[in-house]
Write a protein that binds this ligand. Structure first.
Ligand code: THG
Length: 368
């Protein structure tokens, strides 16, 4: 489509040289950082994730560190989820909301110590937000972005590569739990996590000068399992129903609309940011819900810049199609829709897509 002009406003990832050497053909910008989005063989990259093991540069998942005597207090104020039982070494998926209950990020919160947390963020500036809330509430906490850059190993064979690299203890690691360790002297955190439903891990590099070396070590260890490069996979994440903040959400979206209600605890303290609004929304019931849609017709499915209006067959507007993709496993065009709450699985819909009317049917998520 076009190239990206380098600028010091943008940051390369510590794996930038390694991914270029792997043959990265496209990049996106996320948290002001470049992320490879393909290596020229989309179908091969997809099946490698489904059947084998795939190595991803996800350094764009920046960490916002909360450190100091009031770090735990700030974490709880920012997250409308009960954190009282979170253990050191445990991560939790959280819905950061503003005072109106609007979702402003969906990070994983890692508890490193009683007085140190990381918000592993999606694409919005939570460094500003956390500092502002801390300052307004007079908290003793330092908010920073440490030199930490995750790499993901995803796919059914990721566990074997990780066990080979780090030892068999990784097989026992529970979802979102993590452990600090080192690989050939490189300081890392190993977590059972990653933005796919194919199983896998993330290795959080804690020394940005070692990106190329870490990439090579993992690549070398993965050879026996036919590891290869990949990236957060548009097709797999839609099949699996994984949320992409900013792509699937807008400036009105609350967590209940996008299937994050189970991560909201309405009983948290009254001073948690957004909780009053979330209680009001929960009492009335959300106006919209995120569903899957199976699309008919012969359309070119792929990433798009805009949402497309969706209606019932009688023309009643019900919401929008937020994305669509060709599913290699389902052999159908599928996508996510944000539609009025009265919609149900089985409903027939029509989408105005590139001046063409495309018919479809709503389904519950995930597809697979
Ligand atoms: N890893 C790390 N940081 C991240 C992401 C990641 N930051 C940005 C983004 N991804 C955060 N968003 C998500 C969204 C979904 C999931 C993880 C991060 C996810 N969800 C599962 C689901 O919805 O089915 C499981 C949730 C659960 O079991 O509680 O995994 O990928 N470091």
């Amino acid at each position: 489509l076009f190239g990206i002009t380098p600028s010091t406003r943008l940051r390369p990832s510590p794996y930038y040289d390694a991914t270029l050497a792997e043959g990265a053909t496209s990049f996106t910008v996320y948290n002001r950082t470049l992320m490879p989005t393909g290596y020229g063989k989309p179908e091969e990259e997809y099946w490698r994730l489904i059947r084998g093991v795939s190595q991803w540069d996800v350094a764009v998942e920046r960490q916002v560190q909360l450190a100091g005597p009031d770090a735990a207090r700030l974490a709880q104020l920012l997250c409308p989820r009960d954190l009282s039982k979170q253990a050191i070494g445990q991560g939790k998926y959280v819905a950061l909301c503003n005072h109106d209950g609007v979702l402003i990020n969906d990070p994983i919160l890692l508890k490193l110590a009683d007085d140190r947390f990381w918000l592993s963020i999606a694409d919005s500036n939570i460094w500003f937000w956390a500092r502002a809330i801390a300052a307004e509430r007079g908290l003793r906490v330092e908010v920073s972005e440490p030199d930490v850059s995750p790499m993901a190993l995803q796919g059914p064979k990721a566990v074997d590569v990780m066990a080979h690299l780090f030892g068999s203890w990784v097989r026992e690691l529970k979802m979102f739990w993590f452990k600090q360790t080192a690989l050939d002297g490189i300081p890392v955190i190993v977590a059972r996590s990653g933005w796919s439903k194919q199983g896998g891990f993330e290795v959080y590099l804690m020394d940005g000068t070692q990106g190329t070396r870490l990439w090579q070590l993992v690549k070398e260890a993965g050879k026996a399992w036919d590891i290869g490069p990949g990236n957060p996979n548009h097709c797999e994440r839609i099949e699996s129903g994984l949320l992409s903040y900013g792509a699937d959400t807008d400036e009105h979206t609350n967590p209940f609309e996008v299937r994050m209600g189970k991560y909201v605890d309405l009983h948290v303290a009254d001073d948690v940011v957004g909780i009053a609004a979330l209680r009001r929304i929960a009492a009335v019931g959300p106006r919209r819900r995120q569903m899957g849609v199976v699309l008919g017709g012969d359309i070119a499915a792929g990433p798009r810049f805009v949402w497309y209006p969706m209606a019932r067959n009688d023309g009643t507007p019900i919401g929008s199609l937020n994305n669509c993709v060709w599913s290699w496993r389902l052999q159908r065009n599928i996508g996510f829709a944000l539609v009025t709450s009265d919609c149900a699985a089985g409903d027939a819909v029509s989408v105005a897509l590139d001046r063409k009317q495309v018919s479809g049917q709503l389904v519950e998520l995930p597809f697979i």
